[in-house]
Design a protein around this ligand. Structure first.
Ligand code: XMP
Length: 413
């Protein structure tokens, strides 16, 4: 193992992850672990050089095993001043500043090889950043003992399923099962207009398709997931408070018993992107903007129809192309189009038409809990509007959503 590690012990403080980040910013890898960590669990963690106790309001005490482990400890009242932290890390614990992406990758590969042995792993590869980075790491660690399953539910953006197949199967040589489930998903969604119902159907169908594929394969004992640290924080640590339940492929049927492989579970999003870059994934994957699990399904409002879904996909592609050409990629946090399930009267080729409006949404946010509308240059808005009206079938208006969150959520459904 190449990296030294400092444990931040979770005693109920809300600042644990900020402290772990502060330690990593000084070049030392740090993970947050529960206050009741056993001696055996502590022993199993590689290269631990010291512990930091950050007391919470409720005064939870560290376990006896932690208190008696003999490692250097820092009892911090708040996220410590940088000088104090430096002195602790480098003088008292003797750490080296050896936390970088190359060392992280080689350590994770070693850990995953030790965990998996000669066995086999399955992964649901959505094309999102997290699952893509996990796949690339596992390909390096175990090669073709990883099977990736890419489910095309018909609600992905233009070109995405093709990109997943090209990058993983052709460029990285992954064993990739591509499942064309478009008709199946759209069939189940036919006539369903309630947003929550739509989300439930998409989520359940996804698990069913994935489980069916997993059952066809013999001898798979591990399920890899792109769980990242904010997912764990949001679900609530032992001493901390839960914000919302996190679910990845959590709802798998009981007869599918897998052990989990989660190499990114201590990383923050920007670190996951840096690992993806270091592994050679394309920028369009690594810097992909956030995309909801139910995909374009929640942007084709009300009951989904194929023609309207296609118009959402085409208008979204135009929006992304024009933002990229204007240098706004990575500068605006999230931008997309959506289409409501009603039409309005317009005029095309000197004749009355009755067609859909496309609504543009572009927002900036830090944590997606609140958001403000991004200010888009007027000439760019006009260009996007002209292209959508000229190129997308069945559309006669383009509108811009000016609502911040609150009151509007970022997505409409
Ligand atoms: P809202 O609409 O709640 O969205 O303001 C906040 C952020 O979350 C994304 N989003 C989702 N992401 N699964 C996800 O992984 C989902 O079901 C989902 N729904 C919304 C949304 O795109 C925005 O970035």
């Amino acid at each position: 193992m190449k990296q030294d590690m400092i444990l931040v012990i979770d005693l109920g403080s809300a600042e644990n992850s900020a402290l772990a980040r502060a330690i990593r910013a000084l070049g030392v890898y740090s993970e947050v672990h529960p206050g009741d960590l056993s001696a055996a669990a502590l022993e199993a963690l590689p290269n631990v050089k010291g512990l930091v106790f950050l007391r919470g309001e409720d005064g939870v005490a560290p376990s006896e095993a932690l208190a008696a482990c003999g490692l250097p400890t820092l009892d911090a009242a708040a996220v410590p001043a940088e000088d104090e932290l430096r002195r602790f890390l480098f003088d008292e614990c003797g750490c080296e500043a050896n936390w970088n992406m190359d060392n992280f990758i080689s350590d994770q590969i070693e850990l995953m090889r030790a965990q998996i042995g000669e066995k086999r792993v399955i992964l649901a590869l959505s094309g999102g950043v997290d699952s893509s980075v996990v796949a690339a790491l596992l390909i390096r660690a175990i090669g073709d003992r990883l099977t990736c399953v890419h489910v095309n539910h018909g609600l992905l953006r233009k070109g995405e399923p093709e990109q997943v197949v090209r990058v993983f199967r052709e460029e990285l040589g992954a064993k990739l099962i591509y499942v064309d489930a478009v008709d199946r998903f759209l069939g189940k969604l036919e006539g369903v207009s309630d947003p929550e119902q739509k989300r439930k159907i998409i989520g359940k169908e996804f698990i069913d398709v994935f489980a069916e594929e997993a059952k066809k394969l013999d001898g798979i004992e591990f399920l890899a997931q792109g769980t990242i640290y904010p997912d764990i924080v949001e679900s609530g640590t032992k001493a901390g408070k839960a914000v919302k339940a996190h679910h990845n492929v959590g709802g798998l049927p009981k007869d599918l018993q897998f052990e989990l492989v989660e190499p990114l579970k201590f990383l923050f999003k920007d670190e996951v992107r840096a690992v993806g870059k270091a592994l050679g994934l394309p920028d369009s994957m690594v810097y992909r903007q956030p995309f909801p699990g139910p995909g374009l399904g929640v942007r084709c409002l009300g009951a989904i129809t194929r023609d309207r879904l296609e118009a959402v996909r085409e208008s979204d592609a135009i929006l992304r192309e024009e933002f990229a050409a204007a240098g706004l990629e990575g500068k605006v946090w999230q931008y997309f189009t959506l289409i409501p399930d009603y039409r309005s009267v317009g005029v095309k080729d000197n004749a009355r038409c009755f067609e859909w409006p496309v609504i543009l949404r572009a927002v900036n946010t830090v944590d997606a809990m609140t958001a403000e509308v991004a200010e888009i240059p007027w000439p760019l808005m006009k260009k996007i509007t002209a292209r959508i009206l000229a190129e997308v079938k069945g559309v006669n208006r383009v509108c811009f959503d000016l609502s911040p969150k609150p009151t509007g959520t970022i997505e409409w459904e």
